[in-house]
Design a protein around this ligand. Structure first.
Ligand code: AMP
Length: 510
């Protein structure tokens, strides 16, 4: 790993990486790294060839009365951590090297980037004038310096994330902004470098922030959509710990940050509060839940998912149909299926629509680039090629992005092998549906016998299932993995009905 302090050296190192057509990921931080930062770094490493972590405590985003001087700094430990994680470059410039002068009040001495007033006048912007000008300015500089393919930011700073997404659109910056879910302590407290300022007692008191947001989320899922009522729920909860002095509770559109009076589909509910001398922020996205069902082949995932979708009124996000649709498109474009660069070109920006259908056999209608392909993607030719297509990194990347776009508003259920770990790591309900290889072999035997096959060896089926599990768990792309927070359901002694009822019950208790 390289630790670089100056721009020239950074440019040389990056040029070498880019010459090799490597994808570069940037994780901008102010250091004092914790598990929240680590989650961003790990995600970047899993999606990019080379990851740059910047460590820069940005004076432009601090007001003169704020904690710039005390802000925790520990570059040496941060570098060791980055090295262990597999980061390629830590970029830790000085204020002079990066060329910033001033703070939120004196930043007029430098060229600044001013986000739209409508996005900075509420939430933290109201209490930290100039803060988001400082953030937007330094992020623009870092994006220009590193020119990454992807840059990673935490949902913890939701206003910052929305402003950066807007900045990248408005300045036509060629970078993908990746938002990462909030990492919390077991107590629910969102991790933050500033938590170091809290006493043990304050740390316990601070958990009220998350608890109050959760109360509102429960109310929302029970059908309460009015902002006034949801905010009141949060405020009542916060008031139970008088040491926590609320600064604001707001409910806004997550992308535009405009205040909502009613949450139609999705809303960002955000809090700032003081506890002693420490200012804390936290937030939650209100939306209909996402249900992620993962598990090995033959555990009954697809039957269960279709039925649960219908009974709970969720959209069945048929990820398999999406891979089939791309396979169909490739085959219809006279491209050789394993010509990865031609496939990558055709899949870039592809538009796939899944529209709820009426029959249990085909629960969604499938469109690719506006063409209806619901039946066409079920032919044996498509089936024969779909695994070769879905193993290609470019296809995977594009379709995971498309699936995540479906997830923005929630209200969906999806099944696969990495839905809860990779596609929707923030799903409200994660199920790991499994059964013993013996049981799955028995089910498969009975399916095959019903289709008229005879003389099948049960032991051999069982062996095949064990081998397939092994392959699925160890493959490089999208391996089968149980998410830490997934609920395991072993279906050996359960009927489909019982499994469905179990999932419905878990959903209603969210
Ligand atoms: P900071 O060092 O505080 O500027 O944070 C650097 C990046 O890490 C920002 O994109 C933050 O949103 C993100 N981050 C900080 N805390 C967390 C957390 N608890 N969970 C997820 N991301 C976080």
């Amino acid at each position: 790993m390289l630790i670089i302090y100056n721009l020239l050296e950074l440019r040389t190192a990056l040029n070498n990486i880019k010459l090799k057509e490597k994808q570069v990921g940037l994780v901008p931080t102010m250091g004092a790294l914790h598990q929240g930062h680590i989650s961003l770094i790990k995600r970047a490493i899993s999606e990019c060839d080379a990851v740059v972590v910047s460590i820069f405590v940005n004076p432009l985003q601090f007001a003169p009365h704020e904690d710039l001087a005390q802000y925790p700094r520990n570059v040496e430990a941060d570098c060791q951590l980055c090295e262990k994680l597999g980061v390629k470059i830590v970029f830790a410039p000085s204020v002079e090297e990066i060329g910033v002068t001033g703070d939120t009040e004196t930043q007029t001495n430098t060229t600044t980037v001013i986000p739209p007033e409508s996005m900075t006048s509420g939430l933290c912007g109201k209490y930290r004038p100039g803060h988001f000008i400082g953030v937007a300015t330094i992020v623009t500089k870092l994006l220009n310096i590193v020119q990454p393919d992807r840059a990673y930011f935490g949902q913890k700073d939701a206003q910052q994330l929305a402003i950066i997404r807007r900045l990248v659109i408005d300045f036509n910056l060629p970078v993908n902004i990746v938002g990462c879910q909030i990492v919390r302590e077991e107590s629910g407290l969102a991790l933050s470098s500033r938590n170091q300022y809290l006493t043990p007692e304050e740390k316990t008191q601070a958990t009220i922030l998350h608890r109050s947001l959760q109360q509102a989320a429960i109310a929302f899922r029970k059908g309460i959509k009015e902002t006034a009522s949801l905010i009141k729920t949060v405020k009542n909860q916060l008031a139970t710990i008088p040491e926590v002095k609320m600064q604001y509770v707001e409910l806004v559109d997550p992308a535009t940050l405009q205040p909502l009076t009613i949450v139609e589909k999705t809303g960002l509910l955000a809090i700032a509060a003081h506890l002693g001398k420490t200012r804390l922020i936290d937030n939650i996205i209100l939306r209909q839940p996402i249900v992620a069902i993962d598990g090995p082949a033959g555990a009954g995932k697809s039957t269960v998912t279709r039925r649960v979708a219908k009974e709970l009124g969720l959209l069945y996000l048929d990820t398999g149909a999406m891979y089939r649709a791309v396979t169909w498109l490739v085959m219809n474009s006279q491209i050789v299926v394993d010509d990865e660069s031609a496939v990558a070109k055709i899949v870039k920006g592809v538009k796939i629509d899944l529209i709820p259908g009426n029959t249990p056999h085909l629960p969604v209608e499938v469109y690719i680039n506006q063409q209806e392909v619901t039946q066409a993607i079920r032919t044996p030719e498509v089936t024969a090629n779909v695994s070769a297509i879905s193993a290609q990194a470019a296809v995977r990347k594009e379709l995971v992005q498309a699936q995540q776009n479906y997830g923005v508003e929630g209200g969906i259920i999806a099944e696969g092998r990495d839905i809860g770990t990779n596609v929707f790591p923030d799903a409200e309900l994660k199920i790991f549906l499994t059964a013993s290889p013996q049981e799955r072999a028995k089910r498969r035997l009975s399916d095959l016998q019903n289709q008229g096959y005879k003389d099948i060896n049960l032991k051999q089926l069982e062996q095949e299932i064990i081998e397939r599990d092994n392959k699925d768990s160890n493959r490089a792309i999208a391996p089968l993995k149980k998410a830490d927070d997934a609920i395991e359901i072993i279906t050996d002694r359960l009927s489909i009905e019982e499994v469905i009822n179990k999932i419905k019950e878990l959903y209603s208790n969210l």
